[in-house]
Ligand binder design. Sequence first.
Ligand code: ZN
Length: 167
Amino acid sequence: MAEPKLTVTKDAVVTVDYTLTLEDGEVVESTQGGMPLRFLAGNGEILPVLEDALMSLSVGDELNIVIDPQDGYGEYDEEAFEEVPLDSFPANETLEPGMPVGVEDSSGEVFEAYVSEVRADTVVLDFNHPLAGETLHFKVKVIDARPATAEELAHGHVHDEDGHHHH
Ligand code: ZN
């Protein structure tokens, strides 16, 4: 008797192997040789276009999808730079180009930015995502799917098999 096929649906805990390649062939992310990616489907943990394409796939299925920048990490914005005083960072923090930093605006909302340039008294921050402007080629294989537990649904994220949180 055949087991029921496990499929990707909203609120399923889905495990995938994936490789993300850019237009020029550079591999920027891959689970090959490492931990597969697990996420709670339908909860905004991965790119919406990618999630939509994965919906209703079964364990063992593979997906190849090309995602335009506007559906990926946005178009590259040449205006999305800001120069901030160097002393707004902790003195013991060594700032290097490419480093991600959290920047809080006046309303307390935190944005992720990247150090673009460190000057004498200021730091130039780049608010573009590192993959902004890139066409994304995802190759994904579904390796597991299971219903989420009530606790996982309440928290909106996946818990480890042993029930431990990883927040
Ligand atoms: Zn939790």
